[in-house]
Design a protein around this ligand. Structure first.
Ligand SMILES: [Zn+2]
Ligand SMILES: [Zn+2]
Length: 325
């Protein structure tokens, strides 16, 4: 094969790869359009029990501000998809992500967002919900809890596995809530993170704190996997949710469907069961068009990733085009 023929064949191949790459880009766009068009927004029906409005809430989640994968804005949208009525956005040692998420949710009609913080130290993690300014972790834990309460917030013992219990000990009786449901109730790779320790810690804390179920969301699709049913005074608002936690009016379901929390409210839900909104954690698409567009979009992503668009080397274009007339 002559040099000129080899060049011509190379040009042809590059042109066909470029065409395929453009088609792959178009498929990605198609997938994105399909995803946006069929994005579910579940109904959030108003439910009342014993004169209270019952809200489904998740009070522990992270964003790209630290080790989460969703921005404060997309986190709000994801909470909406999960049918959550109220969320506490609790970034490690800063309240800024929560305030951003609240502003975005108010603008877009999303769930009630309550800014908060996960006060994070080597010895303990403490969820603060209902903050406006960041509480410093660089002080004794008594000062942390006093600062949270001074802002009108509530302090929740985060995933109190054995390792964190000594750190929480000085303020155990002042905790407004304790996380007794956490994704480790379903699966954990770390033998030191035992769900039963959370349950025991909650049951042995006096006075009995509010029962809290949280997803400690960082990534993947578990936002809202563990929820807290909160019984709030109307109108439902961030302040009403914080007041309900302070008054211990919460109930949590464990993996076996057992109700834990405020004894009278547990008895009430045993008489009049409440089924939390179902959330499709193995999302398979809304309909056939959604599923087809998703597959095309994924094919496009693979195409964009694996088809290499090779830029022409200098001089190649001239050589391929032949001599000017
Ligand atoms: Zn933590
Ligand atoms: Zn966390």
């Amino acid at each position: 094969m002559t040099m000129a023929a080899r060049r011509a064949r190379g040009e042809e191949r590059r042109a066909s790869i470029s065409r395929a790459w453009i088609i792959a880009c178009a498929l990605v766009v198609l997938g994105l359009v399909g995803g946006a068009a069929f994005d579910p927004r579940p109904e959030r029906p108003v439910v009342r029990r014993a004169g209270y409005r019952v809200l489904e809430a998740d009070f522990h989640m992270h964003t790209t501000y630290s080790d989460g994968t969703l921005s404060p804005l997309t986190l709000v949208r994801q909470a909406d998809r999960r049918g959550l009525d109220a969320v506490g956005v609790t970034e490690h040692n800063t309240v800024l992500a929560g305030r951003l998420a609240r502003a975005w949710s108010e603008l877009t009609g999303g769930p009630i967002v309550i800014p908060g913080e996960e006060v994070t130290t080597g010895g303990y993690h403490l969820i603060a919900v209902g903050l406006e300014t960041t509480v410093s972790p660089d002080q004794p834990i008594e000062g942390v809890v006093a600062d949270i309460h001074a802002q009108g917030g509530v302090a929740i013992g985060a995933h109190p596995v054995k390792r964190f219990q000594p750190g929480l000990a000085p303020v155990r009786a002042e905790l407004d809530g304790v996380e007794l449901m956490h994704p480790i109730a379903f699966a954990t790779r770390n033998p030191d993170w035992r769900w039963l320790d959370l349950l025991t810690y909650y049951e042995e804390t006096t006075p009995r704190p509010a029962a809290i179920g949280s997803s400690d969301y960082h990534f993947a699709s578990i936002l809202g996997l563990c929820r807290t049913l909160v019984f709030v005074h109307e109108p439902a608002s961030a302040g009403a949710v914080v007041e309900a936690i302070r008054a211990r009016r919460t109930v949590v379901l464990d993996p076996d469907g057992r109700l834990l929390g405020h004894p009278e409210l547990v008895a009430l839900l045993e008489r009049e069961p409440y089924v939390p909104r179902s959330s499709d954690y193995a999302y398979r698409g809304e309909n056939a068009a959604d599923r087809a567009l998703r597959l095309l979009g994924l094919a496009g992503v693979a195409g964009v990733a694996f088809l290499r668009v090779r830029p022409r080397r200098r001089g190649e274009a001239k050589a391929g085009a032949g001599p000017a007339p």
